[in-house]
Design a binder for this molecule. Structure first.
Ligand SMILES: *[C@@H]1O[C@H](CO)[C@@H](O)[C@H](O)[C@H]1NC(C)=O
Ligand SMILES: *[C@@H]1O[C@H](CO)[C@@H](O)[C@H](O)[C@H]1NC(C)=O
Ligand SMILES: *[C@@H]1O[C@H](CO)[C@@H](O)[C@H](O)[C@H]1NC(C)=O
Ligand SMILES: *[C@@H]1O[C@H](CO)[C@@H](O)[C@H](O)[C@H]1NC(C)=O
Ligand SMILES: *[C@@H]1O[C@H](CO)[C@@H](O)[C@H](O)[C@H]1NC(C)=O
Ligand SMILES: *[C@@H]1O[C@H](CO)[C@@H](O)[C@H](O)[C@H]1NC(C)=O
Length: 540
């Protein structure tokens, strides 16, 4: 352990992202217990089937630290890891459950807090923390230099899309009307799941639902230039199971966990009838999941979501998710879908020029809702700071329905220089991507919101495109966010905005399935190229 510790220390100190020097202030274990009280919705505590992690932030440390039951740093799944759930930990989760029952809300996925047995040493903290960065480094090492937009480069890059029985995808979509009690999703799933066009915003804009990624990606991969129809010519295998819709349809219904898990188990059985599934132990199989990882990693006492990603059979495949579980190497974060689905290079360039031409009347904006049931959430503090300086900051109250229309959000963001992105029900936010494609610099309060999620689509140097303010400083009223942002020089803002608009934006959008992009690579092409690249690095 000691040697690992010192080796890592050298390595990390070179890492600009989060300086290790701050670790001298490591918090005693006892304080962690008190911190647990805050963890209920601070996006910081994480448990997954057989791996347990406790993350926390301290006043002294600028960054998030996690305690892990173990680490894993190769391509194999980490099924050997195991930990005991202690009595007190179980009790803590019970308390959370009672609280959520009382409030009439489901337990937020992934926020189960744990203690005892996990914190063995300070070194262990570091190992867990380093583990996340190692995984991102590994993901980044798969970045492809190829920019192929046509079939000329498909040799050794064939992708086969399984033709699954319709119960695994189409039949789920057809339940759109009553999947979620308060909204009919059918319109959202029209137009290849881009939704209804939003003419007011221009060409390529649609009312896209945040959980549509598995449908959008499926349409795109069907049109991929390297798609093969002969399975023996395939290198990658795409499994179009809409697992996100599968969990979504049960979230708000009173059914047993057996019911929630059944379709996922059937899918695994179906795959096991395919010889190709065994060829590389599933490592060349790809899933796209349109919901956050926690929804598929149900904790034993909970009734939220499924256990699909906890199945042994699901450890080897790559899971592309809008929010990854930070300690699972084969969970890879890819952008949340936004409202913009360009068809051509020109659609992108037109939008870029429009953004560069915007006058940005508001310094800061925040579109969101408070979390009155979560007293430790920094949202109320941010709303107060924002509304008390209304000449600098615009607050759009999402509790009152004003955020339902894409145009209201996007029009606010294209007029703002900074967009506040505090964690919500989980660390990541679709709004981060809405703000980036509006040329609004996101202000991030938790590294798990973006920096620890999207290694293929966002650069390691987060200062190029965002401002980081530690949520703990906000919670302790040590920083006024408006004052802090007002001090950022115009030149710095300009550089970040140009970087976002020119360098990042094209790679953050999922083009129309009919799109013909030549000059730009969108989020889909980047993902596919890197998946092929990863495959060439896998040991057979
Ligand atoms: C789990 O608990 C049992 C009994 O208390 C103990 O024998 C075992 O070593 C523990 N396992 C781990 C991984 O700590
Ligand atoms: C494919 O891409 C190559 C290199 O970018 C280009 O030279 C070629 O003309 C393209 N072919 C087609 C059919 O678009
Ligand atoms: C599929 O590809 C394999 C290997 O290239 C070939 O032997 C086989 O004939 C092909 N099958 C069909 C139906 O084209
Ligand atoms: C859910 O269903 C079970 C079994 O049918 C029933 O006992 C329970 O009261 C139901 N819970 C709610 C909240 O409706
Ligand atoms: C830029 O803005 C000016 C005035 O605000 C307008 O006249 C011009 O058409 C705009 N250009 C583009 C490319 O939108
Ligand atoms: C936002 O809207 C909700 C519902 O209309 C309201 O209860 C709340 O006070 C509003 N918040 C602010 C800060 O205006």
């Amino acid at each position: 352990m000691t040697s690992t510790f010192s080796k890592r220390k050298t390595k990390i100190s070179k890492n600009e992202l989060f300086s290790l020097a701050k670790l001298v202030f490591l918090i005693p274990v006892t304080i962690i217990i008190f911190l647990l009280i805050f963890l209920w919705s601070s996006s910081s505590t994480i448990i997954s089937g057989n791996v347990i992690h406790l993350c926390f932030q301290s006043r002294k440390l600028n960054d998030l630290y996690c305690i892990s039951a173990g680490s894993h740093s190769n391509l194999e799944a980490s099924s050997s890891l195991s930990s005991n759930l202690t009595t007190s930990a179980t009790k803590f989760v019970d308390d959370l459950q009672q609280k959520s029952t009382r409030l009439g809300i489901p337990i937020p996925p992934g926020y189960h807090a744990f203690r005892n047995g996990m914190v063995k040493s300070d070194e262990e903290l570091l190992v867990a923390y380093n583990d996340v960065e190692d995984q991102l480094e590994m993901h980044r090492s798969w970045t492809s230099t190829i920019q192929n937009h046509n079939a000329t480069l498909c040799d050794g890059r064939g992708v086969y899309v399984y033709d699954l029985p319709t119960k695994f995808n189409k039949d789920l979509v057809s339940q759109c009307a009553d999947m979620v009690p308060w909204v009919d999703l059918c319109d959202y799933f029209s137009n290849d799941a881009m939704g209804e066009p939003v003419h007011k915003l221009g060409k390529g804009w649609y009312q896209t639902h945040q959980y549509s990624l598995e449908l959008i990606f499926h349409s795109r991969v069907m049109n991929h230039p390297c798609r093969v129809h002969n399975i023996s010519e395939a290198d990658l295998f795409y499994v179009p199971f809409y697992a996100g819709l599968d969990v979504l349809r049960w979230h708000f219904k009173n059914v047993t966990n057996v019911v929630k898990d059944s379709l996922g188990l059937e899918l695994v059985k179906w795959l096991e009838s395919q010889p190709t599934w065994f060829k590389r132990s599933g490592k060349d199989h790809i899933f796209v999941l349109g919901k956050i990882s926690w929804d598929f990693r149900r904790y034993s006492n909970s009734n939220w979501g499924s256990r699909f990603l906890e199945l042994n059979e699901m450890q080897n495949p790559v899971k592309l998710l809008i929010e990854r579980q930070p300690w699972h190497l084969n969970d890879i974060g890819i952008p949340h879908p936004t409202f913009f689905h360009p068809q051509s290079d020109n659609d992108i360039t037109t939008w870029q020029l429009k953004l560069l031409n915007e006058s940005r009347k508001s310094l800061i904006s925040f579109a969101g809702a408070a979390r009155p049931d979560a007293p430790e959430s920094i949202r109320s503090i941010l709303i107060n700071q924002c509304t008390s300086t209304s000449d600098q900051c615009t607050f759009m109250n999402c509790s009152s329905g004003s955020c339902d229309q894409p145009e209201s959000i996007i029009e606010l963001f294209i007029e703002s220089e900074f967009c506040l992105q505090p964690p919500g029900d989980s660390p990541t936010r679709k709004s981060v991507f809405d703000s980036l494609i509006s040329g609004c610099i996101p202000v991030i309060f938790d590294p798990f919101t973006a920096y620890y999620q999207y290694p293929w689509h966002l650069p390691q140097d987060y200062k190029k495109y965002s401002v980081f303010i530690d949520q703990e400083d906000v919670r302790n009223m040590k920083v006024n966010v408006v004052d802090r942002l007002m001090k950022i020089p115009a030149g710095e803002k300009q550089n970040m905005r140009r970087y976002i608009i020119y360098e990042l934006l094209p790679g953050l959008v999922y083009g129309d399935p009919k799109s013909k992009l030549e000059k730009f690579q969108d989020a889909f092409s980047i993902t596919m190229n890197n998946l092929f690249e990863r495959l060439t690095r896998l040991e057979v």
